[in-house]
Design a binder for this molecule. Structure first.
Ligand code: F0G
Length: 351
């Protein structure tokens, strides 16, 4: 029997690991590339969703974390630390358990989704809620790792980017070439950096013939790259990308420029519309931040920026169960019925 072995074993020759690196894995990666029927119809293109919520802890962060924790273990670290809007901390906490390490996580007070907090708690992370936003958490995490015996596993750690680039490899391996356009949500800008690295490496080695144009979308209230200036008090319902000063800002600009793409913004309204469309019409339940990629594609299509006939991949970065409040909010309360088929049939509109 064959099981996907996790991104380090599957792409070992393209990652900075050696025979002596202890591989800490939950068999992350190998996620579904799902044809999106409604989005394809709407855009006149062949649209696929890279469903990263199918990773072990429910987000793409696991790709980077298997690398970061394996390298930290190789270097003898006993403890790791990260700043997070929730998914990185959930992933760090889980992989630290596998490695027998202590994890410490810094999250913005009151601004992370319940499912993500639950993950960090149940995996036994030491959690501090910081009286500040994600950017403040990252400053604090860097400070602590500079001055105390704890390894930083945020995406400013370059091995995180190495792990995350494998998503681009999987897409090319599946489609036979890179898509024409790749669409991503952008927060701290590590992931767009990682995909671009993966695509350019494959193209340089002749594994793919082309590289895609990279399209990144920030939430309007948290769009420093679009505005060209730090956002001091970022806001958006998509808490995962509520970031005002992205660490990989310059790399994101490079990915955009070198690929001939762009970075734009989508409103919370557009994000929630795409979130509902994905769930109700594609059968794919993602967290709000993940829907920013699809919201962006739909916005670009409405602006006439999407020529028909192209191959497009949208990464949906995290599982909908992370933040179920948005699924329940505004939905009608299910009715209660007695154990009676006639009544149930009537309420279901079957009779
Ligand atoms: N989507 C989700 C679900 C995320 O959790 C993140 C980032 C992004 C998109 C943006 O990716 O930062 O590489 O541009 N979450 C980080 C965290 C910040 O702490 O979990 P990015």
């Amino acid at each position: 029997t064959h099981q996907w072995r996790g991104i380090i074993e599957e792409y070992r020759d393209r990652l900075p690991v050696s025979d002596t690196t202890p591989v800490v894995t939950l068999r992350e990666g190998g996620t579904p590339l799902v044809p999106a029927q409604v989005l394809s119809e709407r855009t006149g293109c062949e649209v696929h969703l890279k469903v990263e919520g199918a990773n072990p802890t429910g987000s793409f962060k696991d790709r980077g974390m298997t690398m970061a924790i394996s390298k930290a273990k190789e270097e003898g670290a006993k403890a790791v630390i990260c700043a997070s809007t929730g998914n990185t901390s959930a992933s760090a906490a889980a992989y630290a358990v596998r490695a027998g390490m202590v994890s410490a996580v810094l999250v913005p007070q009151g601004k992370i989704a319940l499912g993500k907090m639950g993950q960090a708690l149940v995996h036994g992370a030491k959690i501090l809620q910081v009286d500040g936003n994600f950017d403040d958490c990252l400053t604090l995490a860097r400070d602590l790792s500079d001055n105390y015996p704890v390894a930083l596993v945020n995406s400013v750690n370059p091995v995180r980017i190495e792990g995350q680039k494998t998503a681009a490899f999987e897409i090319v391996d599946m489609l036979g070439d890179a898509p024409d356009i790749h669409v991503l949500p952008v927060g701290n800008a590590g992931n767009i950096t990682a995909y671009w690295k993966g695509y350019t490496e494959y193209a340089a080695d002749g594994v793919s013939k082309q590289t895609p144009r990279m399209w990144g979308f920030q939430a309007s209230g948290s769009a420093p790259i679009v505005r060209g200036e730090v956002v001091k008090d970022p806001s958006t319902i998509a808490t995962a990308i509520r970031i005002g000063n992205p660490a990989s800002w310059q790399f994101a600009l490079a990915a955009k420029d070198e690929s001939g793409g762009f970075i734009d913004e989508v409103t919370d309204r557009e994000i929630l519309r795409a979130y509902r469309l994905l769930a109700a019409q594609e059968g794919v339940f993602v967290e709000p931040a993940s829907a920013a990629s699809v919201a962006g594609l739909l916005k670009a299509a409405e602006q006439g920026k999407v020529d028909p006939g192209q191959k497009i991949v949208c990464t949906v970065t995290g599982n909908g169960l992370k933040d179920p409040d948005w699924a329940v909010a505004g939905a009608p309360q299910p009715v209660t019925v007695p154990v009676d088929a006639a009544t149930a049939a009537e309420r279901l509109g079957l009779a």
